[in-house]
Design a protein around this ligand. Structure first.
Ligand code: PLP
Length: 421
């Protein structure tokens, strides 16, 4: 469920007409709904009710500080995957003891930044990284809390580019080697081993892979405890999928996911951490774009939009589907027609949808890409010297620009010219 609904023939974000935002900020832009963000966070928080837990929002999904602050004020922690994300979470007011540091290649500088500013735990991805965290902690005279990310060799049954839990993926240490790695970690005095971490992929639409992975984590917890390690926290990653189209079956709900966690791991008495990103932000955001031209090709019509692959890369990168709707609600009974929906970038890959049925549209009409809140704005680039598009946050009947569209001068003046030219 989201808060982007038609009212009196026009699409709204909560209580604000999309067309009003478009008139104020220009197109294209991203718009997020506060109520939807909070609702999704709350679903996870409620799903784990009765267990000691923290929902750490995976901020790589949508990392604007206004979004982070909205969620942090509701009680969310943050899962960060770079030093930049760590600093951004801190800038949004998230305390260090609610920030979890994941990511496969943390540098000594990033580790130093987090240990200096305060950190809930590092999710360690490899033995060399473990050595560096230990060395930096000793140099700073602190003890770094860590979990080790284990790779359970489970097929997440999702797009290959976002599956992370198979043995051939770069993530975590093989679960079969966990015993050895934990024994070694226990000898490093700069580290305090507090638990286990697992994250098997993104956009999972079934519970079974989670169940396989969490069952393995439960067994590992008992084994490591028997070997003398104090396992008190389990970080279970993120990955629960969202419905990208209303046409197919909806993925499992957070409440079902929470029940699975309790069933597989509840008996261990551990604190539970989860790191959802997509499910919190995905359906809480739209990308709104304008039709520049309707072009009739040999055998098809193209809708050429002012938004492009550099603004929303998911269709080009993951063959992802986004529902695209007209901001002006089509009249009942109006006949739809197929369009290829494309952006102006000079690549055939700049295609959002092929032969998509839409109501008849003309230049100047607005369209909205649904489910664009996660892995949308954060993956945008300035390819073709197109400015990063603005982000807007709606709260009831208010809206605010939370990232401005840069001017062309700002973009162009970032280049510096060598003295020999
Ligand atoms: C990307 C990522 C997440 C979030 O995944 P979603 O599919 O957006 O929920 C959580 N944890 C880690 C370690 C990640 O890399």
């Amino acid at each position: 469920m989201d808060h982007f609904l038609y009212r009196d023939g026009a699409l709204f974000a909560e209580d604000v007409p999309i067309s009003e935002i478009a008139a104020a900020v220009g197109t294209p832009f991203y718009v997020y709904s506060t109520a939807t963000l909070l609702r999704h966070f709350q679903l996870f928080d409620d799903a784990l009710e009765g267990t000691d837990h923290l929902v750490c929002y995976a901020m790589k999904a949508a990392s604007n500080q206004a979004i982070l602050k909205t969620l942090a004020q509701a009680g969310a922690g943050m899962d960060v995957v770079s030093g930049g994300e760590y600093l951004r979470a801190k800038a949004a007011g998230v305390p260090g003891d609610k920030i979890v540091f994941s990511g496969v290649g943390k540098t000594a500088d990033e580790i130093r930044t987090a240990l200096t500013g305060g950190i809930r735990q590092f999710n360690v991805e490899s033995e060399p990284e473990m050595e560096v965290i230990n060395a930096v902690a000793l140099e700073l005279g602190v003890v770094a809390p860590i979990t080790v990310r284990v790779n359970p060799d489970v097929d997440a049954k999702t797009h290959a580019k976002i599956a992370t839990g198979k043995s051939e993926n770069k993530f975590g240490i093989p679960i079969a080697r966990a015993s050895e790695v934990y024994a070694h970690a226990a000898t490093l005095s700069g580290l305090e081993v507090i638990g286990i971490d697992v994250h098997i992929g993104s956009q999972l639409t079934e519970l079974e892979p989670f169940e396989l992975a969490y069952t393995k984590v439960a067994e590992l917890t008992e084994q490591l405890r028997a070997e003398g390690h104090k396992i008190r926290r389990l970080d279970l990653g993120g990955g629960l999928g969202i419905p990208y189209t209303r046409a197919n079956d909806a993925p499992p709900l957070p409440v079902e996911y929470g029940a699975l966690i309790k069933k597989t791991l509840g008996h261990l008495g551990c604190e539970i951490e989860i790191e959802p990103g997509r499910l919190i932000a995905g359906n809480a955001g739209l990308m709104v774009s304008k039709v520049i031209y309707v072009k009739s090709g040999e055998d098809r019509d193209f809708l050429i939009l002012d938004g492009a692959m550099n603004d929303l890369i998911r269709p080009a990168m993951y063959e992802a589907h986004h529902d695209i709707v007209a901001v002006q609600e089509p009249e009942a009974g109006v006949e739809q027609q197929p369009y290829d929906i494309v952006g102006p970038v000079c690549e055939t890959g700049d295609t959002f949808a092929k032969q998509r049925n839409m109501p008849p549209l003309v230049a100047g009409d607005l369209v909205a890409f649904r489910s664009a809140g996660a892995y949308g704005a954060v993956m945008a680039s300035e390819y073709n010297t197109r400015p990063l598009i603005p982000e807007v946050l709606v709260h009831g009947d208010q809206f605010a620009v939370i990232r401005e569209r840069p001017s062309f001068d700002e973009i162009i003046n970032r280049d510096t010219i060598p003295t020999w030219l």
